[in-house]
Design a protein around this ligand. Structure first.
Ligand code: BES
Ligand code: MN
Ligand code: ZN
Length: 497
């Protein structure tokens, strides 16, 4: 979709539809009030007539609008003005885009960003408009054979009404960032929704190579199994040897600052299908394990945002990509493997494979002398039990990094919740036969997974995001969400300040 900024009076707008906000008790926002006056109180009368109070997401479509050039006016409820936070704002935006879709609107002009939203400046509000709209218009249709059944989105243009030149630059920043983040989210959703027979480790690597070719400051390298062998990544390779698809370590290097500047390193789990291996998963919903590469995809997405916005920092993305399948050559419970760091690992459950591919990648990350390392992984079902599907789980060895990520999540509407990383949890990882076991028993599964990773991240500031509950939706509207691209993008944008 095409987004631009316009400084025109609302009654001069010629788009199909004008979108304005109103609050609880039918209190009109500034643009709505001006239009109401122009129409001798028509809007107030209609809201009363239809008993529409102004709760968050309430909708009134005035069609046709008697005066002015626009035929339709969409009034969107924003709830109580003093309670308008990011979550409520997004709910109102979702209602607005649904109404635009239902009414086949092709071009619209919006004043919804004039509302005051707690914690968001003008650029942040415009960003949310674009993110919510683009994600609502997204459809995954590549694998449907009858293209005539696909209804393309009609909405092609959205103008943000901004008065005067003073807000122009801030509004433009919002459009630029919103487009970069939303585009990356849609790319991530496409990659993640692709099934395991199409999106293999090599396919994921090819997509990263394509991204690298599209940006001058972005370079992609792909390490194959012989490279991993040479590096001594025995833990990573133990997972991929049970699969016919060869493993890949995807390395993306974005250089937006001088070569000497220390980079931020993002590590993403790229397990393109997780059947559990010899510790095979039950059949129900196993298809969703095609989403086990969402951490990797979101790292590709974050690098794409950094490059698109030309952020003046250095960022490295590392994505270990593999399948986890049962096979005569697969890991067996009780097997002991040697990680790149030298630690021996007893594999008590072959389904705890994410940490096995991540630990070697986290060791590899050291060579970049990073400012901080953030890994992103659909690591544990236990995270959904602990936190539900609203926040991602956060585990970190550094309070400042943890606070920066938490804060970025709040502002990007892509939240995290921190879990402890106390020494006591390390006890659960004791092995009788190796240095460390790959599972910590039934208690605190998300934390013991984090505790396992922490054994490989002692040399730098590190945070781990468990996105098991946030990367995709289950049930009737099953599909990837594009999270945590907004969070990672916000974190990088903040570092670039
Ligand atoms: N990819 C899964 C985690 C997962 C499962 C995410 C379900 C979202 C939904 C991971 O590789 C896994 O299988 N973890 C095990 C760990 C256990 C064996 C300690 C799990 O969560 O059951
Ligand atoms: Mn698993
Ligand atoms: Zn997995």
């Amino acid at each position: 979709m095409d987004y631009s900024i316009k400084s025109e009076a609302p009654d001069k707008i010629s788009d199909d539809c004008l979108i304005v906000g109103f609050y609880a008790k039918r209190k009109l926002g500034p643009t709505a009030a001006a239009l109401d006056q122009l129409h001798d109180g028509l809007l107030t009368r209609l809201l009363k007539r239809d008993d529409i109070e102004g709760k968050t997401g309430d909708i009134l479509l005035v069609n046709p609008l008697p005066h002015g050039k626009t035929e339709r006016l969409l009034l969107v409820g924003l709830g109580k003005a003093e309670e308008l936070n990011i979550a409520a704002y997004r709910k109102a935006l979702a209602a607005a885009i649904k109404a635009l879709k239902d009414n086949a609107v092709k071009s619209a002009a919006s004043a919804l960003h004039e509302a005051e939203v707690k914690g968001l400046a003008l650029d942040g509000k415009i960003r949310q408009n674009i993110e919510v709209f683009e994600n609502a218009l997204y459809q995954f249709t590549q694998l449907k054979s009858d293209k005539t059944q696909i209804k393309p989105a009609r909405l092609a243009k959205l103008n943000f009404l901004v008065d005067g030149d003073s807000h122009q630059a801030q509004a433009e920043l919002g459009v630029k960032q919103g487009k970069a983040i939303a585009d990356a989210m849609l790319q991530v959703r496409d990659l993640a929704n692709l099934p395991g027979n199409i999106c293999t480790p090599s396919y994921l690597a090819e997509q990263a190579v394509k991204l690298g070719k599209a940006h001058k400051k972005l370079k992609t390298k792909v390490l194959d199994e012989s490279d991993l062998e040479e590096l001594g990544m025995g833990s990573f390779l133990s997972v991929s040897k049970g699969s016919r698809q060869p493993a890949r370590l995807i390395v993306l290097e974005y250089q937006g600052a001088s070569a000497k500047t220390k980079p931020y390193v993002l590590v993403g789990k790229g397990l393109t299908f997780d059947a559990g291996g010899i510790s095979l998963k039950p059949a129900a919903n196993m298809d969703e394990m095609k989403y086990d590469m969402c951490g990797g995809a979101s790292v590709i997405g974050a690098l794409s945002v950094a490059a698109e916005l030309a952020l003046p920092i250095n960022v490295v993305g590392l994505i270990p990509a593999s399948e986890n399948l049962p096979d005569g050559n697969a890991n067996k419970p009780g097997d002991v493997v040697t990680s790149m760091a030298g630690l021996t690992i007893e594999i008590l459950n072959t389904d705890a494979e994410g940490r096995l591919i991540l630990c070697d990648t986290l060791t590899y990350a050291k060579r970049y002398d990073p400012v901080a390392v953030i890994d992103v992984a659909t690591l544990t079902g236990a995270c959904i039990v602990a936190l539900g599907r609203h926040p991602s789980g956060l585990i970190s060895n550094d309070d400042e990094l943890s606070a920066q990520i938490t804060d970025a999540g709040e502002r990007a509407a892509d939240r995290v919740w921190r879990l402890p990383l106390w020494d006591e949890y390390q006890e659960q990882l004791k092995s009788n036969f190796a240095d460390i076991a790959n599972i910590g028993g039934p208690d605190g599964g998300t934390i013991t997974a984090g505790a396992f990773l922490s054994r490989f991240t002692k040399d730098y500031k590190w945070a781990h995001l468990d996105i098991a509950g946030t990367a995709w939706k289950t049930g009737a509207d099953k599909g990837a969400t594009g999270r945590p691209v907004p969070l990672l993008a916000q974190y990088l944008i903040d570092r670039a300040q």
